[in-house]
Design a protein around this ligand. Structure first.
Ligand SMILES: Cc1ncc(COP(=O)(O)O)c(C=O)c1O
Ligand SMILES: N[C@@H](CCCC[NH3+])C(=O)O
Length: 402
């Protein structure tokens, strides 16, 4: 990343997130280009990084949005994504969300259970609408990723099995208030193996053919997201190989391909920057304590995830240490047993691959304000989210103090 982290720290203080918007453009264009042989919609998975400026940047490139709450739908609409490019997924949509999604006339609701389909049908009837439906199929394929982010096995809560899906499509066909327009499948995130993706897309494409034989002709096949990024030394799936194998599976089908990438569009475009507060040694264990913490970036604590670390100083002597934050939990670490140089107070520490599922999973734990977010575009920086103050954090509680 060609970013002057020190200059940004002087200007905006630490900790902060920074995103390279030109890199996001490159990621979007290469995926879109890989599918150029077909009609396609890249619906950005807003949960990966829902900063309005990030969504707007992708919207201006032509992206739609894959959303998992009505709040995300509204974020997408706010920055100009048109309703017919918005998809609403999730296993637990509440009635008011379904109602708003129908009123907003989004492209389709990805339905994840037979019970949910009944709710959508009832609500659509009340509104005198015909709900555009896509059913999320759970193909029972092991995506070979971290168990917390695997979504395509029957033991995971997502989607429905093939037989249930078929029954749900028939229900749609026979309903005045349901319009079956799509089919959906997403087997997991941070995928680095193409085979499980190919197998699951094949299962879905076969179902599309079977449905067609029942006079249920779908317009969209949503193959989900999931493409991995580099954290350490992962070998990634080439987007052209990915697109090629998907396209081969769709042979003979006249259908628009939708994909819902989040991490692969924004993950490697971001970094999290904090500064060293102290060093200490407990017995023989060395610790570097920085001003960023697990409330800012929880992936190491939650998934034992590894983000490449760089200390910005000239020291060449590296020794083993744990890189930790100030929070009162031993889970508050960014890296354990890692070789890093001797540091001084205020040295900057960069965690890479922090553009996806980092800021969006931040919290106010320990009454710490969420940090600033900065965009770099055409070599210029700009603030895209202010650092939260103490007053911002207590604003929703203050009036209730008795
Ligand atoms: C339904 C759905 N679509 C898209 C995504 C985006 O996944 P990724 O960020 O791995 O591309 C997710 C998250 O795993 C998801 O659950
Ligand atoms: N939060 C996860 C990704 C979740 C994917 C959403 N379905 C991560 O940080 O890797």
């Amino acid at each position: 990343m060609n970013i002057d982290f020190k200059e940004l720290a002087n200007k905006y203080q630490t900790p902060y997130y920074v995103y390279d918007f030109d890199h996001i453009t490159t990621q979007y264009e290469s995926l879109k280009g890989a599918f150029k042989a077909r009609k396609s919609l890249i619906a950005y998975a807003v949960k990966a990084n829902s900063n309005l400026s990030v969504i707007k940047h992708l919207a201006q490139l032509g992206a739609g949005a894959d959303c998992v709450s009505i709040g995300e739908v509204k974020r997408a609409l706010k920055v100009g994504i048109v309703p017919y490019k918005i998809i609403f997924s999730g296993v637990g949509k509440i009635d008011s969300e379904i109602k708003e999604a129908l009123e907003l006339d989004i492209l389709m609701i990805n339905v994840e259970s037979a019970a949910e389909l009944n709710r959508v049908e009832t609500i659509a009837k009340e509104l005198d609408k015909k709900a555009r439906i896509s059913i999320r199929v759970n193909p029972n394929i092991d995506p070979q990723t971290h168990p917390y982010i695997s979504t395509g096995l029957h033991e995971n809560k997502f989607g429905v099995d093939i037989d249930t899906a078929k029954r749900m499509y028939i229900q749609c066909k026979n309903s005045d208030n349901l319009d079956p327009v799509g089919i959906h499948c997403h087997i997991g995130s941070q995928l680095t193996e193409l085979t499980p993706i190919k197998e699951s897309v094949k299962i879905v494409a076969d179902l599309v053919r079977n449905l067609s034989a029942l006079n249920i002709d779908l317009s969209f096949i949503d193959i989900g997201g999931g493409l991995g990024i580099v954290y350490d030394d992962e070998v990634l799936i080439d987007v052209n190989d990915y697109a090629q194998s998907v396209l081969e599976t769709m042979f003979g089908l006249d259908i628009t391909i939708v994909c819902e990438p989040g991490r692969s569009l924004v993950g490697n475009s971001g970094a999290f920057v904090s500064k060293v507060l102290y060093e200490k040694v407990n017995g023989s264990k060395r610790f570097i304590i920085v001003d960023g913490a697990m409330n800012d970036l929880i992936r190491p604590a939650l998934y034992n995830a590894s983000h490449k670390v760089e200390v910005l100083n000239d020291n060449k002597e590296f020794t083993d240490c744990n890189l930790v934050g100030p929070i009162c939990e031993s889970g508050d670490f960014f890296a354990k047993n890692i070789e890093l140089p001797q540091t001084e107070h205020n040295d900057l520490v960069v965690l890479y691959s922090a553009g996806a599922y980092c800021f969006t999973m931040a919290s106010n734990y320990n009454t710490r304000g969420k940090v600033a977010e900065i965009a770099i575009e055409d070599g210029k920086d700009r603030l895209i989210r202010k650092r939260e103050t103490f007053e911002d954090i207590i604003a929703l509680e203050e009036e209730f103090i008795k």
